[in-house]
Design a protein around this ligand. Structure first.
Ligand code: AMP
Length: 478
């Protein structure tokens, strides 16, 4: 299929050529004609599938061909969860709509409202907004929605996760009933389905990937590692990848800042983005990352969706997300636009209860990797704590034991599918030519350490770790 067969007008075809798009993506193939026919759409599509163009192109075309500029008021409202996504959608409308003379504006919180209200006062055909700031400006009388013809809700699941449900409901009451609605959500849990039922009229369902599945071109790996060794492991991995362009996720803003500080102290160029940073600082960090002035960006989940940076080579979950679906969105930041991507997760002792759901959602595609031997200074520091560590015995069961005196004991890998893995089945990240991101120190690549395997010494202490999910019925056999 070509863009021409989607009945797009020459001006838009010209813009697409300028962007270098050769053919429509599946979500574009499935949505554009329906939207041009005036139908509502409910779409389940992963990030990076080209869904912005799937709704922006037909909306631009319909506004242009119906001479929208001659009608008063805002005709299109796009709601997005984050400032970054709102800005990216706005950039897309600008790029795809070149030469159409439609006016668009983007509004989000965390920045002065003055330029936004100035833009609104000078007339807007397409408004892209985050719910909070939109409601604020509506209450101040700067935004009126009674002329809306197209209503787009993007990343609805994320908006609900972020607590925007009440804002969205208030906004909806101000939009005319007679309108065309496009509703995109990467995942479709029951609550979202219910919301969509109230908003959409006989919608066409479009789905380009099974909901909540991870991209096939992202290789996924997991390390079991103690919390206090995560930094060392991160550095160990990055040192082996001189050309990496890595997005690292932490659970907290403080964690992101602390990690950046530590990376900078080690001579790595890194920046953080999270909700406590000013919009200016976030944009600067993003720009530095996009232009590769820095190759490490540490983010909280504010950046897990919507960020459109095509050449991220690695996503590293320094902390596992509480919700498995967030995992899907995080790792969707890599492997974009057909490229291969690598997602690496660090699972601490206290995070293992999250593993089951994450692995299930990934289609059991996560490969467990043996933890590399870390540097002497780091391991000595670790050994001095002498905390219990988790080992995998040769029968594949995990057990608790003490770290070795020198901290050189290592985990043995185990299939995350639940059963134990025979040696011949064990897979490791391939070597350099095939995305070798995590070749373990001292490992020959076959999963066996060159150091002698330490014998597991069972402890009499009661097992208190968790495995196989929160309601574990799988106590490890002893
Ligand atoms: P999105 O899912 O809308 O965030 O888009 C992901 C990326 O795909 C963006 O960098 C778009 O510029 C790019 N893209 C969208 N449509 C196409 C297309 N038909 N061909 C190539 N790239 C595309």
């Amino acid at each position: 299929m070509t863009f021409e067969t989607l009945n797009l007008i020459p001006q838009i075809l010209h813009s697409l050529k300028g962007k270098g798009y050769l053919t429509p993506t599946p979500i574009q193939e499935k949505s554009i004609l329906h939207i041009l026919e005036g139908k509502d759409i409910i779409g389940s599509a992963q990030t990076g599938t080209g869904k912005t163009a799937a709704f922006a192109l037909p909306i631009l075309q319909m506004l242009f061909t119906t001479k929208a500029t001659q009608r008063k008021g805002i005709k299109t409202l796009v709601l997005a969860p984050t400032r970054e996504l709102a800005q990216q959608i706005s950039d897309s409308f600008r790029d795809y709509g070149r030469g159409l003379h439609l006016r668009h504006a983007v509004i989000y919180g965390g920045v002065s409202q003055r330029p936004q209200t100035d833009a609104l006062c000078s007339g807007v055909d397409i408004l892209i907004a985050t719910p909070g700031r939109l409601l604020d400006l509506m209450n101040q009388g700067y935004v009126r929605l009674e002329n809306i013809e197209f209503f787009v809700l993007d990343e609805v699941d994320r908006m609900l996760d972020m607590g925007f449900i009440n804002d969205i409901k208030k906004i909806i009451t101000r939009i005319p009933e007679k309108r065309q609605t496009v509703f995109f959500s990467a995942t479709m849990p029951a609550e979202i389905k219910k919301l969509s039922d109230t908003l959409l009229h006989h919608p066409v369902h479009v789905q380009v990937n099974p909901p909540s599945s991870t991209a096939i071109n992202v290789k996924q790996y997991m390390y079991f590692v103690q919390r206090d060794l995560k930094k060392a492991l991160l550095k160990n991995i990055l040192e082996k990848e001189p050309k990496h362009h890595t997005l690292v996720f932490t659970r907290t803003k403080r964690g992101a800042d602390k990690l950046v500080k530590s990376l900078l102290a080690d001579g790595m160029k890194a920046e953080s983005i999270h909700g406590d940073k000013s919009q200016g600082a976030r944009q600067r960090a993003l720009a530095q990352f996009k232009t590769r002035k820095i190759n490490l960006l540490v983010a909280t989940d504010v950046a897990s969706r919507g960020l459109d940076i095509t050449d991220i080579t690695h996503v590293i979950n320094f902390d596992l997300p509480e919700e498995a679906e967030v995992y899907v969105h995080r790792i969707g930041r890599t492997g974009r636009a057909g490229a291969m991507g690598i997602a690496i997760s660090f699972c601490g002792h206290d995070e293992r209860y999250m593993m089951k759901d994450i692995n299930k959602l990934s289609g059991n595609k996560i490969e467990l990797v043996a933890t590399p031997t870390l540097s002497h200074s780091e391991t000595r520091q670790h050994a001095s704590h002498d905390k219990p560590r988790i080992y995998f015995s040769s029968d594949g069961h995990h057990r608790e034991g003490h770290s070795s005196r020198h901290g050189h004991s290592r985990h043995r890998e185990r299939s995350l599918t639940g059963g134990h893995t025979s040696h011949s089945e064990r897979r490791f990240p391939p070597r350099h030519s095939e995305n070798n991101h995590a070749e373990s120190n001292g490992n020959s690549g076959n999963g066996h350490s060159s150091q002698p395997e330490r014998k597991f010494i069972p402890r009499k202490k009661k097992w208190h770790g968790k495995w196989q999910g929160k309601r574990s019925s799988h106590r490890p056999s002893r």
